[in-house]
Write a protein that binds this ligand. Structure first.
Ligand code: UD1
Ligand code: MG
Length: 478
């Protein structure tokens, strides 16, 4: 018996006012659809069918780019005629797995979790149900389908727009998450009509159809009311972001991470932070980022898919797909572009960009420097304004610098080039040849002295200065 999942992702979400399908709008930097897929994966549902519709190529593109977990297929809903109509498009998928149960999820409700999915499945199978709807009680049920319970228990879901005044007062709402016995779902899908205020085929009408056939329907009330929360517009999306942000920061606080304040701080779901680390204002940690213990991060950093060791300082740093080892001190105003590895104790100072390079232990790149496509040894010192010239307009080449080398200020290292260990380059040199170990390379013009050149200019220069001073004195007198 295979239990499978269908995620409804076909709607446009007109109120979001965006060209992309609503489910690709993000919560903490990840599309809502991604949150829902991850919930399926952590509930160990291996087969997932996503119903795409509005701007379907964007859904395809997103799915193609994500790391695979569950076996994901898609079905196209060419016209969006409602949630019931959306599920009809997955008929082949349902038939192929007709022996089990099918979970249906809304792609615009990101906080559904594995605990709720599995709790509801247990209630569904233990109770011998044909359909089990996940519900929750929320203070403001506006816009949600209401859960109607009669004398014989759960009887229907009525959409907000179709509610009577008494039904509008009900605060138990439909989350849009359901377990159906797959064969029963297939049986009633074809019987849905669009005879309602929105002229749509409502998936929720399956419940009444199944009850009419004498099948059992139950409502499973989730302990976590957030599972129902969805975003139909930008305000709701921001509210979901704020909730997720506070929830995640709360979890890190419990683990011993210090936040000096939370202004502009956003920590993604895939981020781990060690205890004793301090996070300052304006820090965005996203993707699969790991920060060690006792680090000082911020203010103003973006750290994405990066592994940071312990005791590291990052101040106004942007780092992408990189590794920073223990004790490194980086910033302010530094960019680490993909595939950079800053080793233990290295110091990277202001206005430095590192790309696709290794910086050895205790090496210092203190100011105004570009290091691209380079392998730099340990204990190297970069003077101010060094540039690795890695690109000739056509191809990129690597620069190699040995341990204990000293690169003078304003050196250009024209790759491919090697500076040996313990070697020096003179300030202002443009190095185009390999420098042997322990050698000094000087590649610049000799200084030419023209005696008394300055005197010729000095008279004019001084006059201008005296005039300016006089003009200021006159102005002050007035
Ligand atoms: C739906 C439920 C409502 C529930 C609420 C929870 C129905 C009829 N109503 O309402 O009871 O309280 O979710 O959030 O199901 N979609 C398609 N194709 C369509 C229409 C929608 O794929 O033709 C997708 C949307 O992309 C979205 C999901 O289905 O991810 C829900 O659609 P939406 O229009 O947001 O339904 P709600 O009005 O929120
Ligand atoms: Mg919705």
């Amino acid at each position: 018996m295979t239990n499978t999942a269908i995620i409804l992702a076909g709607g446009q979400g007109k109120r979001m006012k965006t060209d992309k399908p609503k489910v690709l709008c993000s919560v903490l930097g990840e599309p809502m659809l991604e949150w829902v897929i991850k919930a399926c994966e952590s509930a160990e549902l291996e087969k997932v069918c996503i119903i795409k519709g509005y701007n379907a190529p964007m859904i395809d593109e997103y799915l193609a780019g994500r790391a695979s977990g569950a076996d994901i297929s898609t079905a196209l809903q060419a016209e969006q005629l409602g949630t019931g109509h959306a599920v009809m498009q997955a008929e082949d998928f349902l038939k192929a797995n007709a022996g089990g149960n099918t979970l249906i999820l809304n792609g615009d409700a990101p906080f559904i979790d594995a605990e709720t999915i599995n709790g509801a499945l247990k209630a569904h199978t233990d109770g011998g149900c044909s359909v089990t709807v996940v519900t929750a009680n929320i203070p403001d049920p506006t816009g949600y389908g209401r859960v109607i319970r009669g004398e014989n228990g759960f009887s229907a879901i009525v959409e907000h727009k179709d509610c009577t005044p008494e039904q509008l007062a009900v605060t138990e709402v439909n989350s849009g998450c359901y377990w159906f016995r797959t064969a029963d779902l297939l049986e009633v899908l074809g019987e849905l009509t669009n005879d309602n205020s929105q002229g749509e085929y409502y998936l929720t009408d399956c419940i009444e159809l199944l009850i009419a056939k004498g099948r059992k329907a139950e409502a499973f009330t989730s302990h976590n009311p957030s599972v129902v929360l969805g975003a139909n517009d930008r305000r709701a999306l921001l509210a979901l972001n704020d909730m997720a942000r506070a929830e995640i920061i709360g979890r890190h606080l419990d683990n011993g991470v210090e936040f000096t304040c939370t202004d502009g701080v956003s920590v993604g779901t895939g981020v781990t932070i060690g205890k004793g680390t301090v996070i300052h204002a304006g820090v965005v940690l996203r993707g699969s980022t790991t920060i060690g213990e006792n680090c000082e991060i911020g203010p103003n950093c973006i750290i994405e898919n990066t592994t940071v060791g312990s005791g590291v300082t990052l101040n106004s740093v942007q780092a992408f797909d990189s590794t920073v080892d223990d004790g490194a001190k980086i910033g302010p105003f530094v960019q680490l572009r993909p595939n950079s590895h800053i080793k233990r104790g290295a110091k990277i100072g202001d206005f430095v960009e590192i790309k696709n390079s290794t910086i050895g232990e205790y090496t210092a790149v203190a100011h105004l420097t570009y290091v691209g496509d380079s392998d730099v040894g340990a204990n190297v010192n970069f003077g101010c304004g060094v540039v690795t010239v890695n690109y000739n307009g056509d191809k990129k080449f690597r620069t190699e610098i040995g341990d204990n080398a000293f690169i003078g200020c304003n050196t250009n290292l024209v790759a491919p080039v090697k500076v040996g260990s313990g070697a020096y380059t003179a300030a202002g040199s443009t190095i185009t040849k390999d420098v042997p170990d322990n050698a000094l390379a000087i590649e610049r013009g000799k200084t030419e002295i023209k005696e008394n050149y300055g005197l010729r200019r000095l008279k004019h220069h001084k006059e201008k200065y005296e005039q300016a001073k006089l003009a200021e004195q006159e102005k002050n007198k007035k």
